[in-house]
Design a protein around this ligand. Structure first.
Ligand code: ADP
Ligand code: ZN
Ligand code: MG
Length: 473
């Protein structure tokens, strides 16, 4: 009976080498306070900012990835801001002419993407003293604003995850929410089905995880609906999310644009992007997650669920493709399904256990492809595969070398196994009869007998084929 409306504002710290308007190092992991600072980002009198080209290019890349319109002309504006975490007393941002406008992601229209500078961080000690650290002050901050096209908490999370993936693929930000590299604000309103226009919106700030985004939106929709049901009005305000209590809390009434008194930044020249080689930036974009997802399904026969996991992280996807090409070099036209299964279930599972990433793994894509080929050829029994993979991860050795060292033999020779199969058929007439009547589990039993007889060294697929052959003749 109520229709929810949600629009997102997402801030992203860009992974540039230096800050937005000075030469200070941009290092989100610096723990010593006020280390990466200089007269410019500390706002000493008489200093002048300069623009970081790498940051501007990063935003242009994001614009191309979202199929947005890249501005021909853009400029920076001053936004009045009086808190001690920005020493200038204003923030350099973009208001009238953002770098990027329009575009679309997950069916949600993008309003704009612009560039500004991050604030420093405030800390408070036990005596009530406030301490400020300017390491983060002046770090390039990208802001993306969506149209109010989202209707459920799940859609908001899906949008955020898709954006995070793109940012990582482009290499413009690590976009870790827990570290504040990607910060989501959700604008939320509800309206009666029969009503006209949107309801009054509330902005919820400081959402530092996707769980928080989902929880805060769900809570806020319910709170607003209940208020309207009681005949109250929703107050336009900024609220914060209390992770412990799982509620939103009123923080302050919302500023409007005139409170910020924007005006063009007089210390920076306007940007003429028609003079930039934008085509080159566009051509250098990597294949994006969405495209990769569809290609993996079409090219390698992945299921949608498999393609989803494979494309979540670019290095996971790249490793997969390298392994597939090594594998197909060994075995032309072979199906990738064994490789996909061992990659997703065994290799990635093993790395998770070891708490390392795919790039830190000692197993090269070539060794992994070789490992899968050994399984496909019946030289490595699947029940021994897990253990061999562990050894490969520990030593970085080639699977064939490790297999030889272990001395475990696989009996795949049909003539040797045929004798065993005939013997088993002789001793289990009842099971054989069951099998001939169509009881498929009987075959499983017979193969099991063959494995036991060979102390686990027979190739079960050869055994299975022999039983099938001898029992249908
Ligand atoms: P403001 O001027 O208050 O900052 P904007 O029009 O700039 O508002 O919109 C800010 C964000 O709020 C955008 O993401 C937009 O999609 C979203 N938004 C605007 N109106 C509503 C509404 N009624 N309900 C939910 N979200 C809204
Ligand atoms: Zn500086
Ligand atoms: Mg706004």
């Amino acid at each position: 009976m109520y229709i929810p409306t949600i629009g997102l504002e997402i801030h992203v710290e860009l992974k540039t080498h230096t800050k937005m308007f000075c030469g200070c190092k941009n290092d989100p992991y610096e723990t010593r306070p006020n280390t990466n600072v200089c007269p410019i980002c500390l706002a000493h009198p008489g200093v002048l900012p300069t623009m970081n080209e790498e940051a501007i290019k990063s935003v242009v890349k994001v614009g191309y990835a979202l199929e947005s319109k890249i501005a021909d002309h853009s400029h920076f504006d001053r936004k009045s801001y009086f808190y001690p975490d920005l020493p200038k007393g204003y923030q350099i941002s973009q208001y009238e002419e953002p770098l990027v406008e329009g575009g679309m992601l997950k069916g949600v229209r993008i309003t704009r993407v612009h560039l500004e500078e991050d604030t420093g961080t405030l800390g408070h000690d036990k005596e009530g003293m406030s301490l400020v650290d300017y390491n983060r002050a002046g770090v390039p901050l990208m802001e993306l604003v969506t149209e109010p096209d989202i209707h459920t908490p799940e859609e908001a999370v899906a949008f955020g995850k898709a954006l995070q993936r793109i940012l990582r693929y482009l290499g413009v930000s690590d976009a870790n929410m827990e570290q504040g590299q990607m910060r989501v604000e959700a604008n939320i309103s509800v309206r009666k089905e029969e009503g006209e226009g949107f309801g009054t919106k509330v902005e919820v700030k400081n959402l530092n995880s996707f769980r928080a985004v989902e929880g805060a939106i769900r809570y806020e929709l319910k709170r607003q609906e209940e208020a309207l049901e009681r005949g109250e009005k929703v107050v336009q305000e900024t609220r914060g999310w209390d992770e412990k209590k799982q509620i939103t809390i009123s923080q302050r009434s919302k500023e409007s644009a005139h409170d910020y008194r924007y005006f063009p930044e007089p210390d920076l020249p306007p940007l003429d992007l028609t003079k930039w080689n934008r085509e080159e930036i566009k051509n250098l974009l990597p294949e994006l997650p969405e495209a990769k997802y569809h290609r993996f399904i079409n090219e390698f026969g992945c299921t949608p669920a498999q393609a989803e996991i494979l494309t979540e992280d670019k290095s996971v996807a790249d490793y997969f493709e390298n392994a597939v090409s090594e594998f197909q070099e060994k075995k032309e036209n072979a199906s990738c399904s064994t490789l996909i299964n061992y990659y997703l279930n065994d290799l990635l599972g093993l790395l998770k256990e070891k708490k390392i990433t795919i790039s830190e793994s000692k197993i090269t894509p070539e060794h992994f492809a070789h490992f899968v080929a050994l399984i496909d050829e019946g030289k490595l029994l699947s029940r021994l595969a897990k253990d061999l993979l562990k050894q490969m991860a520990d030593t970085g050795e080639d699977p064939e070398t490790l297999l030889e060292q272990s001395g475990v033999q696989v009996i795949g020779d049909e003539n040797t196994l045929k004798l065993i199969v005939e013997e088993i058929i002789g001793v289990h007439p009842k099971v054989v009869e069951d099998y001939k009547k169509g009881k498929t589990s009987a075959l499983q039993f017979l193969v099991g007998q063959g494995m036991a007889k060979t102390k686990g060294q027979a190739d079960p697929s050869v055994l299975r084929a022999l039983f099938e052959k001898l029992l249908t003749d």
